[in-house]
Write a protein that binds this ligand. Structure first.
Ligand code: LAG
Ligand code: CA
Length: 606
C-alpha cells in the first residue's frame, strides 16, 4: 500500500472512511463479449424478479465486481396452480413472448438489462430451446402471458410438424439418438434440425440480444443435436457495443456421461462441468481438501468450463453440499472463486421444506415476491462471498503458487504475487504463518469482508517480509490480494482478524516501548487509528515518557479494547508544536492479550 499520510489518515478517522492511494478494483467494461479476464464471475439469481435483479446489480453486483447474472427463463411459461406454482413452470415454454412471467413484464426485463449494464453487469438468459411444454397437471393454456397452447400446438409459433417424431420419454440414456430426439421428462421435443424451428429460436434469442442480453445458458444442451445447436448459435446477432460487440457468450448445460461428453459441445461454446461440482462438493463436505490445488485436472479445459458448487437442480435432486450446509458451503464457494480453474458460477438460492417443487416466495396467484435478503426464505448466499469476487478478478492470469496443507482439511496457496488464500474445512481454528509472494503492506481480508472503492470493511493483515500470521476460523478462510490494499475503515466494526482475545478483559493494558533519539525539549507520542491513540491527530496522541535511566526508550500506557485492530506511528513533537512523523508504512497491531489482560508493543524510530 502507499504510505498512509497523516492528513489522509485524519480525514479517514473523521469521516469514517479509508482514504487510499490505491485505485478501486472495479474495472471498466471488458472489450469483448466472452467472459475472460476480470469480471467473469456469474451469479445465478434463481427465480428472482427482474426488478429485484436490477436493484442487486446496482447495490451489490456491480460494486463488488460480479460479471454477469444468470436469470431464470424469461419466456412465457405454463402456469400450474394445481401443483402450487412450482419453480419449474419456467422450463415449459409456451411462447417466446417476454410480456408476462411470474417475475415481471417485458418492460421490467428491459429495465433490468439496462440497469445492470450501467452497473457493469451482464445478463445471461437461461434459454429453454430444446422443448416446449409437457402434459403435466395442465396440458393446455393459457400460459403466463395469456397465450393458448396444447402440447405440440403453440398457435402462431409451432405446430405438430415442428416436433421430433419420437414423442415418448427418453428411456435408454446410453442411446445418443434417444437422448437427443425423444422427450426429456415428457416435454415436447423441438425439431431443431428444421430451418423454420432454428429461425424461431434464433428470433427469440436475438430479441433478447437486441434488448442488451449478453449471453445464454443453453438449457438441456445435450438433448439438442450438436449440429442443430451450432446452426442456432451461428444465427445470433452481436451483443451491445458496451460489451464490445461480438457474439453472445454461450455456455451449455451438458451433464456429461459415457454417451455424450462435454467435448461434443465445446466447439460451440463453453460447457457446465458437473464433475467439478461433484469433486469440490465432496471434498468440502468430507473435509478432505488438501489435494484441491489440482482441482479440475483431467476435466474439460478450464477455459471452456463453467463451474459451480451447486445449481438449482443438484441442490434438489442430488444434494452434496448446499446452502443448508451453511459455513462449509460458503467456504466451498469462496474456494471456487480463489482457484484458477473454470468460469465460476455462484448460486443464490431460496429455501423450501419437504416438496422440492416448492416455488419461490410468492403471492396467491403465483407471482414471485420481490427478493428480500433479510427475509427468511431468500438465502442470498452470493452476498457472503462477494469479497472473493474481487480476489478472483485481481489474481486473474496468475497460477497457483506455493501451497501449504495439513494433509487433510486445510489448504492455503498463493496466486503468484497477486494473492494468497487459506481455507480451513475443519471444526477447529488454524493458526500459522503463511509465506506469500505479496509485496509488504496491509491487506484487507476479502474472505471476511469486502473492499469497494478503497474501503475495507473486513479484518486486515500485515504482510511483512512476504509473510503474515493468521488464525483461520473453523470453516473459515482468509484471502488477501493486491487489489485490496488497506486496513479496515472502522477497526471496531471489522470483526475478527487475528486472535481477538478471549473476551475476558475489560480492556487490554497496552504498553508502548519506543526507542527514539530526541533532542532536549522534544517529546514522543504514539498516534494511531484508535481514539486512545488520538484517532490520527498528533495533538491527541498517547504521550510517552522517559528518564535518564531509560532513555532512549520512551514508554506510555493506554487501555485498549480487547481484540481491537489498529494502526499507528511514532511522532516527535517539538516544543513549538511541530510534528515529525516517522518514515515507512503504518505499524499495525491487535490489542490481543497474551494472558493477564496486558500487552507490550515495542519498536524503534524509523
Ligand atoms: C434442465 N436442464 O437440462 C433444467 O435445468 C431442469 O431444471 C429442467 O427440469 C429440465 N432441464 C427441463 O428444462 C425442470 C424440473 C422437472 C420439470 C421440468 C419441466 O426439474 O421436474 O418437469 O423442469 O417443468 C416437470 C415434472 C415432470 C413432467 C414435466 C412435464 O417434474 O414429471 O413430466 O414437468 O410436464
Ligand atoms: Ca431434443
Amino acid at each position: 500500500m502507499g504510505v498512509r499520510r497523516p492528513l489522509a489518515a485524519l480525514l479517514a478517522a473523521v469521516l469514517g472512511v479509508a482514504v487510499s492511494l490505491v485505485s478501486p478494483v472495479v474495472a471498466a467494461s471488458p472489450a469483448h463479449a466472452a467472459p475472460s479476464g476480470d469480471r467473469d464471475v456469474i451469479v445465478h439469481l434463481f427465480q428472482w424478479r427482474w426488478q429485484s435483479i436490477a436493484e442487486e446489480c446496482e447495490t451489490t453486483l456491480g460494486p463488488h465486481g460480479f460479471g454477469a447474472v444468470q436469470v431464470s427463463p424469461p419466456q412465457e411459461h405454463v402456469v400450474l396452480p394445481g401443483e402450487g406454482y412450482p419453480w419449474w413452470q419456467d422450463y415449459q415454454p409456451v411462447s417466446y413472448r417476454l410480456d408476462q412471467t411470474r417475475r415481471g413484464t417485458r418492460a421490467d426485463f428491459v429495465d433490468m438489462v439496462d440497469t445492470c449494464r450501467e452497473a457493469g453487469v451482464k445478463i445471461y438468459v437461461d434459454a429453454v430451446i430444446n422443448h416446449m411444454s409437457g402434459t403435466g397437471s395442465v396440458g393446455s393454456g393459457p400460459g403466463s402471458a395469456g397465450s393458448a397452447y396444447g402440447k405440440y400446438e403453440y398457435p402462431g409459433l409451432y405446430q405438430s410438424q415442428d416436433f421430433n417424431d419420437c414423442r415418448r420419454d427418453i428411456s435408454d440414456w446410453n442411446d445418443k439418438w434417444e437422448v437427443q430426439y425423444c422427450e426429456l421428462v415428457g416435454l415436447a421435443d423441438l425439431r431443431t434440425s428444421s430451418p423454420y424451428v432454428r429461425d424461431r429460436i434464433a428470433d427469440y434469442l436475438n430479441d433478447l440480444v437486441a434488448i442488451g442480453v449478453a449471453g445464454f445458458r443453453i438449457d438441456a444442451a445435450k438433448h439438442i443435436p450438436e449440429a442443430d445447436l451450432q446452426a442456432i448459435v451461428s444465427r445470433l446477432d452481436d451483443v451491445h457495443p458496451d460489451w464490445g460487440g461480438g457474439k453472445p457468450y454461450v455456455f451449455q448445460e451438458v451433464i456429461a456421461d459415457g454417451t455424450i461428453g462435454t467435448g461434443s459441445y465445446t466447439p460451440i461454446g463453453d460447457v457446465t462441468e458437473f464433475q467439478y461440482h461433484r469433486d469440490i462438493s465432496h471434498a468440502f463436505a468430507d473435509g478432505a481438501i488438501s489435494h484441491l490445488t489440482g482441482l479440475g485436472g483431467g476435466l474439460t479445459p478450464g477455459a471452456e468450463a463453467v463451474v459451480f458448487v451447486a445449481n438449482h437442480d443438484t441442490q434438489r435432486n442430488d444434494p452434496i453440499l448446499t446452502h443448508t450446509d451453511g459455513a462449509r458451503y460458503d467456504l466451498a464457494q469462496k474456494f471456487m472463486l480463489a482457484h484458477p480453474y473454470g468460469t465460476p458460477k455462484v448460486m443464490s438460492s431460496y429455501t423450501w421444506s419437504g416438496d422440492d417443487r416448492t416455488g419461490p416466495p410468492m403471492s396467491a396467484d403465483g407471482t414471485t415476491d420481490p427478493t428480500d435478503c433479510s427475509a427468511a426464505r431468500w438465502v442470498c448466499e452470493h452476498r457472503a462471498v462477494a469479497g472473493m469476487v474481487s480476489f478472483h478478478n485481481a489474481v486473474d492470469g496468475h497460477g497457483i503458487g506455493s501451497a501449504v496443507t495439513d494433509g487433510a482439511g486445510r489448504l492455503a496457496f498463493a496466486r503468484g504475487s497477486a494473492g494468497y488464500a487459506a481455507f480451513n474445512a475443519t471444526d477447529s481454528a488454524w493458526t500459522r504463518t503463511f509465506t506469500t509472494g505479496l509485496p509488504d503492506g496491509t491487506y484487507c481480508d476479502v474472505a471476511n469482508g469486502t473492499f469497494v472503492d478503497g474501503v475495507c470493511d473486513g479484518p486486515s493483515y500485515e504482510v511483512s517480509g512476504g509473510t503474515f500470521t493468521a488464525t483461520v476460523a473453523a470453516d473459515g478462510a482468509v484471502a488477501l490480494h493486491v487489489g485490496a490494499v488497506g486496513e479496515c475503515a472502522d477497526p471496531a466494526g471489522c470483526g475478527a482478524g487475528p486472535p481477538p482475545g478471549d473476551g475476558d478483559c475489560p480492556a487490554v493494558a497496552s504498553r508502548f516501548d519506543a526507542t527514539v533519539t530526541t533532542w532536549y525539549g522534544q517529546e514522543v507520542r504514539v498516534v494511531g487509528s484508535l481514539p486512545e491513540l488520538g484517532s490520527w491527530n498528533p495533538a491527541d496522541g498517547l504521550r510517552l515518557h522517559t528518564d535518564a535511566a531509560a532513555y532512549p526508550v520512551w514508554t506510555g500506557q493506554a487501555a485498549l479494547p480487547e481484540g481491537a485492530r489498529f494502526e499507528y506511528k511514532y511522532v516527535k513533537v517539538d516544543p513549538d508544536g511541530t510534528v515529525e512523523w516517522e518514515n515507512g508504512g503504518n505499524r499495525s497491531a491487535t490489542a490481543d492479550d497474551g494472558g493477564g489482560c496486558a500487552r507490550t508493543f515495542t519498536g524503534s524510530w524509523r
